[in-house]
Structure formats: structure tokens, C-alpha cells
Design a protein around this ligand. Structure first.
Ligand SMILES: [Zn+2]
Ligand SMILES: [Zn+2]
Length: 175
């Protein structure tokens, strides 16, 4: 969904309200893809501040499926995203990059809503998500989700390579 900012050029000092759908289905943080679990309409107020500068404020809610850091089960993580951006259409793309203020959501005179939401999600993404504080994780030997049931790996010898070494020791003793 694109909002054409040029329609605001002639409403100096005035704001326009927008309620627009989010089309984003997959959010990519550059490494991983996360499915959007649910989303609401994006509410924005765009104010023409004059001289091709716009202020964007607003908010939306959505949730993403993010795998638990321990057991990898998807966890529905809710986000409340608040926008407060200044869009300066006078800046060239080069100037924006040099400024480390890369507004990918600004494309010529168009504001890309999916990109705006993505860039705000990027800032709000938690370092680590757990399905619960006492998630037991997965067994690193057999892959069993230990929240669903125990495996018997702990009862067996620590490492199959160790048992080979133990056998060698046994043979040495027997000689
Ligand atoms: Zn978990
Ligand atoms: Zn196991």
C-alpha cells in the first residue's frame, strides 16, 4: 500500500488522516523470516509542514510468529508500533544514506506502508523470545521437545564417542 504524499502538497499546515490496510505477510529482519499472525489497519496522520517536509505519526498493532529460542516452537508475539517520522522529500537518496537515515519506506513521493511498518518492527524486535520462562528446550541429542515429555538420553552414556574411548580403555586393561 502506497500513500502518494503529493496529494498533501496543497494542504499546507494541515493534516490528513489515513486508515490503511497492511499487506505485509512475512517480515524479514535480514536473516530470518517471520510470518505475520494477525494485523490491524494502520492509522496515520500525515501533516504537511511545508517546504516538502512531512510529519508522520500513528500506530498499528500486529503479531508475528517467532520461534522460541529454546524449543523452536512458534510463539505469537504482539507488537504495538508507534510511528513518529519526519519525511524530507528534499533529501536525495544519497543524502539519506550518508545520513544513516535510510528511509526505505520513502520512494519518491510515495510512502510505502509495509516498509514503514517493517522498519518500525526492526527496532522493536526482541533479542530473544521464549514460549515460557521455564521452557525446557529440546534435547540436543535426540531433538525431543522436553516440554512435551522426557527422553531417555540423560540415562544413556554421555556421548557415543566417549563409549568408544571407554571400550579402548577396557581393552587396554584386559591386555
Ligand atoms: Zn520454548
Ligand atoms: Zn534426548
Amino acid at each position: 500500500m502506497l500513500i502518494d504524499l503529493s496529494e498533501l502538497f496543497f494542504i499546507k499546515g494541515k493534516a490528513k488522516e489515513y486508515t490503511v490496510p497492511l499487506e505485509l505477510e512475512i517480515f524479514c529482519d535480514g536473516m530470518n523470516d517471520y510470518k505475520v499472525a494477525d494485523r490491524e489497519l494502520v492509522r496515520l496522520v500525515i501533516t504537511n509542514q511545508g517546504d516538502r517536509v512531512f510529519a508522520v505519526t500513528g500506530e498499528t498493532r500486529l503479531s508475528l510468529w517467532i520461534p522460541c529460542a529454546r524449543c523452536l516452537e512458534p510463539v505469537k508475539v504482539p507488537f504495538l508500533l508507534e510511528f513518529d517520522q519526519e519525511l524530507d522529500l528534499n533529501l536525495t537518496d544519497e543524502a539519506r544514506m550518508a545520513d544513516l537515515n535510510e528511509q526505505f519506506y520513502l520512494n519518491g513521493c510515495s510512502l510505502d506502508i509495509d516498509q514503514l511498518v517493517s522498519s518500525e518492527l526492526m527496532l522493536n524486535l526482541p533479542m530473544r523470545v521464549l514460549c515460557s520462562d521455564n521452557c525446557k528446550g529440546i534435547c540436543n541429542r535426540c531433538g525431543t521437545n522436553l516440554n512435551r515429555g522426557a527422553c531417555d538420553c540423560a540415562g544413556k552414556s554421555l556421548d557415543p564417542r566417549m563409549s568408544v574411548i571407554q571400550d579402548i580403555f577396557k581393552q587396554l586393561k584386559e591386555v
